[in-house]
Design a protein around this ligand. Structure first.
Ligand code: FAD
Length: 411
């Protein structure tokens, strides 16, 4: 660890993005405090949790550098080597395989709670990281050049305040930064299913006029998948209220025979999908990361990956500011962070909107166009390789820590 300085950083929110940022900053020798309202993260046991995320190769490298990946239980991690995307209405289908770019996997499926617990465990080894749970932040005030953060009767001083407090960020609101929301027109239902046929390490997604259905391979006996079914609110509410047998019949109709007969093995909670994008990611002595800065449609499973990249880039910029003898809240450095991340995140958000709109349309010319487009992508190896690189998170302005970790990616 490098020598500690007087700079103090307070991160509100110890979820996946706040947790990663805390580790990367504490590794630089900064005094970091994380305040999170939730109880202490625990490693999950037994059945898979319902909230899961697909992680890219770039996220894997960041988590290795932070020392968190090493705390994940390999038995609860599911790598996927293939992706299959098809249009239920037509003849379009695209297949991606990791082997095409010489990679072992296209990504990993991890439970959100599992990853948060691994980040928290990694933080226990860092003396200069004070990670507090059940510490809801109630109020934030500007104080001199920094901030005062109020939580449970205590006041924390911050030279740099980071909002990693999710979609309804108090930090963002306290700084007067606007961020929508913009209704996506979709809600999402998540559940775990058992499948007669093995998932074979393949992440599947079928696009329907009403929205996409993702079937993501889960750890275990190879016959469990996590589903994320996004669609019009009335449809999702109807699916949630159906008796289990009727729900399974609808699911089977939507996903076809790829996985054989399916069985529902969990609850079916639903979430509204609200898109947000902060008008700015930084203000004086303040930065936003993760869902506090941007919330995108989950159809490509990119939300947390973008947040982890925010954390990687912000940590890199803080190191640069300090290397140049400036404080960790140097306005030019924070502006650089915003320049590097906001455009890329906006691009991804707009791409998701475009995909959603394209598959919603029933007009014959558009259906023909998308089916032809999918067949073209599927038939053109260089184009397929381009999309695989994007899925791995290799595109764009990556922080150095997202490029390589010196660890061999697990199979
Ligand atoms: C159905 C669904 C499926 C998804 N699937 C994927 C996927 O496959 N891949 C992917 O990359 N993304 C996915 N996403 C998106 C992903 O879940 C989010 O992008 C991610 O959870 C954001 O992480 P975060 O740490 O920024 O925010 P959050 O997870 O919202 O964490 C915020 C933290 O801040 C804390 N907090 C909030 N307010 C306060 C306060 N006032 N004081 C103290 N603490 C506070 C909370 O307790 C929480 O721990 C999905 C989203 C949905 C809805």
């Amino acid at each position: 660890m490098t020598e500690q300085t007087q700079d103090t950083i307070v991160i509100v929110g110890g979820g996946m993005t706040g947790g990663l940022l805390a580790l990367l900053l504490a590794q630089q020798g900064l005094a970091v405090t994380v305040l999170d309202g939730a109880p202490e993260p625990q490693f999950p046991q037994g059945d898979a949790q319902l909230r899961v995320s697909t992680l890219t190769e770039a996220s894997y490298h960041l988590l290795c550098h932070a020392g968190a990946w090493q705390h994940l239980d390999p038995a609860r991690l599911q790598p996927y080597q293939a992706m299959q995307v098809w249009d239920q209405d037509g003849t379009g289908e695209v297949n991606f395989n990791a082997a095409e770019v010489g990679s072992d996997s296209l990504g990993w499926l991890v439970e959100n709670g599992h990853l948060t617990a691994a980040l928290y465990r990694a933080g226990e080894a860092l003396d200069n990281l004070d990670w507090r749970c059940q510490a809801t932040v109630e109020q934030l005030q500007r104080h001199g050049d920094g901030w005062q953060v109020h939580s449970g009767g205590q006041v924390f001083e911050a030279d740099l305040l980071v909002g990693a407090d999710g979609a309804r960020s108090l930090v963002r609101e306290s700084a007067g930064i606007s961020a929508g929301p913009r209704a996506s027109g979709h809600h999402a239902l998540v559940a775990t299913i058992a499948t007669a046929e093995p998932h074979g390490g393949c992440a599947r997604q079928v696009f329907m006029e009403s929205g996409p259905l993702a079937l993501l391979p889960l750890f275990g006996d190879g016959h469990r998948c996590s589903i994320v079914w996004s669609g019009w609110p009335a449809l999702i509410e109807e699916l949630r209220a159906l008796p289990p047998e009727a729900f399974v019949a609808r699911l089977q109709g939507a996903c076809g025979e790829a996985l054989g007969a399916v069985t529902l093995v969990s609850e079916r909670p639903c979430f509204p999908i609200e898109e947000r994008h902060a008008s700015q990611y930084v203000a004086r002595a303040l930065a936003l990361v993760g869902d506090a800065a941007h919330v995108i449609h989950p159809l490509a499973g990119q939300g947390v990956n973008l947040g982890l990249l925010d954390a990687g880039v912000l940590a890199e910029e803080v190191a640069r500011m300090r290397g140049a003898g400036r404080g960790c809240a140097d306005p030019q450095g924070l502006a650089r962070y915003q320049r590097r991340r906001r455009g890329e995140n906006l691009l991804m958000q707009n791409a998701m909107r475009g995909f959603k709109a394209l598959f919603e349309r029933r007009e014959m010319p558009l259906r023909l166009l998308r089916n032809t487009g999918m067949r073209w992508v599927n038939g053109a190896a260089p184009v397929r390789r381009f999309f695989i690189q994007q899925a791995l998170g290799r595109g764009g302005d990556l922080p150095a820590l997202a490029r390589a970790s010196g660890r061999q990616a697990p199979h």
